[in-house]
Design a protein around this ligand. Sequence first.
Ligand SMILES: Cc1cc2nc3c(=O)[nH]c(=O)nc-3n(C[C@H](O)[C@H](O)[C@H](O)COP(=O)(O)OP(=O)(O)OC[C@H]3O[C@@H](n4cnc5c(N)ncnc54)[C@H](O)[C@@H]3O)c2cc1C
Length: 375
Amino acid sequence: MNSSEVLVIGGGLVGTAVAYGLAREGLKVGVLDEGDDAFRASRGNFGLVWVQGKGYGMSPYATWTRGSATRWPILREALLNETDIDVQLQQPGGFHFCFSDTEWQERAARLQAIRDDLDGDYPFEMIGHAELKRRLPAVGPQVVGASYSPMDGHVNPLKLLRALHTACSKRGVQMTSGVRAQRIERDGSGFVVEAGGQRFHAGRVVLAAGLGNRALAQQVGIHAPVAPNRGQVLIAERVAHFLDFPTTYVRQTDEGTVQIGDSMEDVGFNDGVTTDVVSHIAWRGVRSFPALGEVKLVRAWGALRVLSPDGFPIYQQSSTCPGAYVVTCHSGVTLAAAHALRVAPWIAKDLAPAGIEHFSGERFLQTDKVFTHGH
Ligand SMILES: Cc1cc2nc3c(=O)[nH]c(=O)nc-3n(C[C@H](O)[C@H](O)[C@H](O)COP(=O)(O)OP(=O)(O)OC[C@H]3O[C@@H](n4cnc5c(N)ncnc54)[C@H](O)[C@@H]3O)c2cc1C
């Protein structure tokens, strides 16, 4: 039987960030991943390391997200040193565009509410069209203004996934792909996981299987009611450099292509592409930057987000099966640094990061609460 000190189920951005962090802590780590047949948010995302606006109504999440963005340069440096892969992290700050005065005012109120919850320590500014045009000359006349925060940035998310996989392999993490974990059982003080006809033994088990966590978590007594939410994304051909900052819906990648996104759709496990949504995304992109009207679109895809009922992460150790953890979230790019550098030490050394208790899945068992996506 295969055995490890910690077995991570799921080899997407979340699982590999945690596995890499655990290996850095000196543990013998295994990763099981279902592979290409599974839904994978990690291959279809927008690449933002984004803070502004997150944690509305839940300030521990705002703090957690900002803490991850602050630690991102450490992760980037470590991955570069260990793998030679530069994930192209840039953190120049980011803009969220508003297309009407009402949107601008709602945005200002939302960010101010988060700032108030954090006793004023939350840098952002609201700017009008003229100032925005000065900072982003390519912006279109229909954008009435924007919020800007210096906390935001972006990376190349595919390079990030590759760097995490490479770093795990170099640190001796046993990666088994093409197997689906089906059963998790207690075995003495550890666990046995049945996957693809094989049995894997581990002292601790981390469920980082994205949408697969919903079913797996029940087996270790954790409530993780994650559900799919589709995002469609467009890629335009390479164009001359025109955008120095990421924005919520348009960013120019390190390779020169333009990524235009993204929808939020409740359509179950359908990860297809639809003409109406793609047209709307393209229309909003051209309103943001009219020159995009002249560029060719080269690709479009749909991918499924991993959303909890309130949109915030679930981090929890099981009380009925101690040693079993769930780690799942909606923003696995942004939170990669927190997962590698804070969640992994928690699991390795039982050092709970401040505020982690707010992210227990138990919150969804409070029947008097109504959840809305506040991420
Ligand atoms: C359109 C879109 C845009 C996004 N934009 C951003 C962004 O700009 N910034 C940001 O921070 N985040 C963004 N995200 C979210 C980000 O991509 C996800 O948070 C992240 O990829 C989740 O990673 P994950 O590892 O939890 O899940 P996944 O990538 O879905 O990986 C889960 C893995 O678990 C495996 N698995 C599942 N079940 C089992 C099982 N039973 N046994 C073994 N393996 C199993 C699967 O094979 C898969 O590889 C976006 C997502 C989408 C869809």
